[in-house]
Ligand binder design. Structure first.
Ligand code: TYD
Ligand code: MG
Length: 456
């Protein structure tokens, strides 16, 4: 009888140890080691090669490498292409994480059904063929060649992959896969690592792009070893509020493009719809003027977006005032409050402050500082800011309004959406070229000047 081999794995980072240890030496977490039965065959990871032509590897000069921009497969989904950095790269492995029910399976099935560059194989370990078909009927398709397979054991999965020889492989999800070479249960650290390794090898040697869906843990990270994220080329997060209809696809790692791109989708009865004009949905439409609202023109990735900040400032009932923010950095919020207190003389230290970026977005662009300040001061005085006003500017520690990048793009977006007044830094140059007879631009240098214009 073969000797049973087992090893201990850290459930947090995937580190391996031959004996149990209380504290993981690599991620320093306590009590995370769990024993998993491992039995690795020497042939592991090689089985899929049988009968398939694989690329020989040899060292060549970088100058001789053939690379064309067209090597990216451009899908009909523009948001998806943008997030990937311009399309799917041959042989790349992409991991998509997100909360249960957010729409990961829907997104990838939709990509599969609209794929126009060849055959797609969708392998589902979570749903039966019937269930996938039911979902596919809801989604509009343009008649692509999509094969569906329900299989969880990688050895037989690769047999089918060799038969179909797809141009795109989709795995739903990596946590349901199981390799026969490892004896531990699906979803365990060693299984995820082994299965991902086999898929990675397949992708690199056959040149077929692989998309894998990954579950996330309760604190929002992709379940499984941290090395899973190191192994793959691109990590995407599909996020949003399950109770809201908007979803955001965000890149957290991308070897082939920028990580600041986002894709915005709307979940409809018939699948996900691309939102090509996000500013219109991110700013709420309303009849009456309300206090505590400031609109800013931000840049996310390559796109200008108009962002609505909502603030509520009210006298603290308990000793310690609360500062809560959704979608905006709390440290930065505290800094803005300190600047308001010191440079504009507003007594913010006894106020509870709640800040929310509408639409569930998380914005890191400092150019929205001025808009955040406007919303907070508007709520403090309970005086609305004119709803046709837009703010662009970063706030410095001494209360100065600093210049921001790509000002012309930000201004054009605000003008396009009909804003009549734009507040911006007087240190931003080159804006005199922008001509608009309907829009007034007010250049300001210090925070108290803005407040004087708005609330005096
Ligand atoms: P799903 O893709 O199963 O989520 P995940 O794979 O991330 O767990 O998404 C399921 C949700 O999406 C479910 O609540 C129903 C909803 N949905 C729609 O609203 N419209 C649709 O066309 C489809 C297919 C799903
Ligand atoms: Mg799913």
């Amino acid at each position: 009888m073969a000797k049973v081999q087992s090893s201990f794995f850290c459930q947090n980072c995937g580190a391996q140890s031959t004996k149990w240890v209380g504290k993981c030496s690599s991620c320093e977490q306590w009590n995370t080691f769990v024993e998993e039965v491992v039995h690795k065959d020497k042939e592991a990871g090689k089985h899929w090669r049988k009968g398939k032509k694989i690329r020989e590897s040899k060292a060549i000069l970088l100058d001789e490498v053939n690379y064309k921009a067209e090597d990216r497969m451009v899908t009909p989904d523009k948001e998806f292409n943008r997030v990937l950095g311009g399309g799917i790269v041959a042989g790349s492995v992409v991991l998509i994480g997100g909360e249960p029910g957010i729409g990961k399976s829907t997104l990838l099935l939709q990509i599969a059904l609209n794929f126009n560059k060849g055959k797609v194989l969708y392998i589902s370990g979570e749903e039966s063929e019937g269930q996938v078909k039911m979902r596919a009927e809801r989604i509009k398709s343009n008649g692509s060649t999509c094969y569906i397979l329900t299989e969880t054991v990688t050895q037989s999965m690769f047999r089918h992959i060799n038969e179909v020889d797809p141009d795109l492989l989709i795995i739903d999800s990596i946590q349901t896969l199981q390799s026969g070479y490892i004896d531990s249960t699906p979803g365990s650290i060693s299984q995820i690592r082994e299965c991902a390794g086999e898929l990675l090898q397949y992708a690199k040697e056959s040149g077929t792009p692989v998309f894998m869906i990954g579950h996330i843990t309760k604190d929002g990270n992709i379940a499984g070893p941290k090395i899973l994220e190191h192994m793959v080329d691109t990590v995407l997060q599909f996020e949003g509020d399950r109770n809201h209809i908007y979803r955001i696809l965000r890149t957290t790692k991308n070897r082939f493009g920028s990580t600041s791109e986002i894709g915005i989708y709307e979940m409809q009865g018939s699948g996900l719809r691309e939102v090509t004009n996000p500013s219109e949905i991110l700013v709420s439409q309303r009849e009456e003027q309300l206090s505590g609202i400031g609109i800013s023109s931000a840049i996310e990735g390559q796109r200008p977006l108009l962002i609505e900040t909502q603030a509520l400032v009210s006298t603290a009932v308990y000793g310690n005032p609360q500062r809560t923010s959704n979608g905006y950095d709390t440290k930065r919020l505290n800094m803005l409050l300190a600047v308001l207190e010191k440079k504009a003389g507003l007594k913010m230290s006894m106020q509870d402050v709640f800040v929310n970026i509408a639409g569930g977005l998380r914005i890191e662009d400092p150019a929205i500082d001025l808009g955040v300040i406007a919303s907070m001061v508007s709520s403090f005085y309970d005086i609305p800011v004119n709803s046709q006003t837009c703010f662009i500017g970063e706030i410095g520690l001494s209360g100065e309004i600093r210049a921001v990048t790509r000002i012309d793009q930000r201004i054009s977006e605000a003008i396009k959406l009909g804003y009549e007044t734009i507040y911006l830094s007087k240190y931003n140059t080159g804006i005199d070229k922008i001509k608009s007879d309907k829009c007034t631009m007010i250049k300001v240098g210090k925070i108290d000047e803005v407040l004087h214009f708005l609330f005096a």
